[in-house]
Design a protein around this ligand. Structure first.
Ligand code: N01
Length: 541
């Protein structure tokens, strides 16, 4: 049982990343007392923790920002097409300063537990420093990818060198010069870090379980005149972000890959490859729904890998065979080329599995590799992981983990709330479009919806709101049905939860498109929150 509270707030928000900062801004502007609790000693969320070499965003800068303030958009200058982690972190610090947000953020503090009290209709929130607060609204801005996954390899505790996870990178620079470095994992984080570390390390050994498709980012510095133009076109950029299926400027060609001849397709793929970025994933409209269409893109990239990588044995190990794009598509800067360097070795740990971490390195079935530094680019327990790490209890003391059966029975209404957990909101929660939409766009839409909802409750003297079981059953079923129509569910990935041992398989990202999703959310609010139960304490007593 949580101890006596110290202070009562209208709202408590978890995390000071893109979500928490904007949620704080909206609620405070509307006059609600709000406290953000942040584990790090600064703002930034994932961009605070992911400081590994090469970390950058693969959404174009001019779309990877807030649109709620025209003034902010006019003031900030992005320097390159794909912003580096440092620049995004500076941006979020600028936002925090501009809107004077820090005074309502409690840093260096984790929320351990949040229990709903049915008598007071308040959330009782307990922190890791022993303090607790209460709040009418409890809002998660914890992010989809904040629970790091360090696989439980035998012997890690005996490793004499230094080891790091990409998602919990130290603030000080890690010096790889002359060192024997091992990297486990080659998803988005590994693919960004590997070429950078290879430039510095004495020797780099990459332990790869599944090869990946990656597309050249071809990042470049923006011309200041281009940035000036985007400022003049602020309204148009905002319209594109909030009115497109992916929440950014990417337009998918409305053509099937199978409608065009092999020659035409090669030309289209080649042009997109040369252009770089997600132009490649936007070439055809059925790459993620039709196996045959998908194979045309996969074959093209496999041919590129063979062309780029000099050693045929290494090239062979790098050839992926799952459906292209069904693990998160990756953009790289010189990833495949890195394997042409003399100081880089690729080890296929699917064929030669890792047995243990030894005091001096890592041992596979066939060999031992001596290492000074070991890097885990092994990803996250996505979507449910960060929520399950907090002891969140709704009505009757039922935990979120119990209600969702450890992830086997996740049920939400629009990914915004879940029955039995009154006044609990999730920003980009499971079963919302979240990571398959440009995150700042998805976040702004959710924060605006939540802030408007809270205002509606206040204006109508209502105390609680929670989804009905029927509404969430229906929404969850719809999410699963849409996902089943795609190739995503056929691949083992963090999207399907297959990356975490014992995690139930499920697909918790809504794939019906951001425009439809937003329209549905708007209809729900316009109807007076159809699918939710709203009540006042007067009626509860
Ligand atoms: O994690 P991942 P990530 N033994 O899960 C391997 C976002 N992001 O941190 O494929 C050996 O993708 C695992 O192998 P396998 C983005 O949404 C965005 O790279 O499971 N290997 C895989 O190679 C992204 O999708 C940016 O067989 C093991 C790797 O570790 C998400 O974050 C940048 C293993 C994990 O790849 C996660 O990316 C970075 C084991 N026991 C991240 N366990 C942008 O650019 C795992 N692996 C915006």
């Amino acid at each position: 049982m949580i101890e006596n509270q110290v202070k009562d707030f209208d709202a408590v928000v978890i995390g000071a990343g893109f979500s928490g900062l904007y949620m704080l801004y909206r609620l405070r502007e509307a006059g609600y007392s709000t406290r953000v609790i942040e584990a790090g000693d600064g703002v930034g969320g994932v961009w605070y923790w992911n400081r590994y070499p090469g970390a950058k965003c693969d959404i174009e800068s001019i779309y990877y920002n807030y649109t709620f303030s025209k003034e902010l958009y006019q003031e900030w200058n992005w320097t390159s097409k794909y912003p580096e982690q440092k620049e995004i972190l500076s941006y979020l610090n600028y936002v925090a300063d501009k809107f004077n947000l820090r005074k309502d953020i409690q840093f260096d503090t984790r929320i351990n537990a949040a229990h709903y009290d049915e008598v007071s209709c308040r959330w009782k929130i307990q922190m890791n420093d022993g303090t607790s607060v209460t709040a009418k609204f409890f809002i998660s801005g914890v992010g989809c990818l904040s629970a790091t996954n360090v696989p439980n390899f035998k012997g890690l505790e005996n490793f004499k060198g230094d080891w790091y996870h990409t998602g919990k990178w130290p603030q000080e620079k890690v010096d790889f010069r002359g060192k024997r470095v091992g990297v486990i994992g080659n998803g988005s984080s590994g693919v960004q870090a590997i070429p950078e570390i290879a430039k510095e390390a004495g020797h780099l050994t990459v332990f790869q379980r599944t090869p990946q498709y990656t597309i050249p980012a071809r990042n470049y510095l923006y011309d200041p005149s281009f940035i000036q133009q985007t400022k003049e076109n602020y309204e148009e950029i905002k319209r594109i972000m909030h009115g497109s299926p992916t929440g950014n400027g990417i337009q998918i060609r409305n053509v099937s890959a199978l409608e065009e001849s092999p020659e035409e397709r090669s030309k289209v793929y080649e042009e997109a490859w040369q252009e770089g970025g997600f132009a490649f994933t936007s070439t055809y409209n059925d790459l993620f729904t039709n196996e045959e269409a998908n194979k045309t893109a996969a074959d093209f990239i496999r041919a590129k890998i063979k062309e780029i990588v000099n050693n045929p044995e290494t090239a062979k190990k790098l050839l992926p065979d799952y459906f292209f794009g069904t693990k998160r598509p990756i953009l790289d800067t010189g990833y495949y080329e890195t394997y042409n360097r003399g100081n880089v070795t690729l080890v296929d740990v699917k064929n030669d599995p890792i047995v243990e971490i030894t005091p001096n390195g890592l041992r596979t079935m066939a060999e031992e590799y001596e290492l000074d530094i070991l890097l885990f680019a092994t990803g996250y327990d996505g979507m449910t992981g960060p929520l399950f790490n907090i002891d969140i209890r709704g009505r009757d003391g039922v935990t979120l983990k119990e209600k969702w059966e450890g992830g086997a029975a996740v049920r939400t209404y629009l990914g915004l709330g879940t029955a039995g957990f009154p006044n609990f909101f999730m920003i980009t929660g499971p079963e919302s479009p979240s990571v398959l939409v440009n995150m700042p766009t998805a976040i702004e839409q959710h924060v605006d919806w939540i802030a408007d909802c809270i205002e509606y409750l206040t204006q109508n003297s209502l105390d609680t709101l929670e989804p009905t079981r029927e509404a969430e059953e229906e929404w969850s079923r719809h999410c699963r049905e849409v996902a089943e129509m795609t190739l995503y569910v056929k691949t083992d990935s963090w999207y399907t939860g297959a990356n975490i041992k014992g995690k139930p398989r499920s697909f918790l990202i809504y794939l019906g498109g951001f425009v439809y999703y937003k329209q549905k959310c708007n209809e729900v609010s316009a109807s007076g929150y159809d699918g939710f139960v709203l009540s006042s304490r007067m009626t509860l007593q």
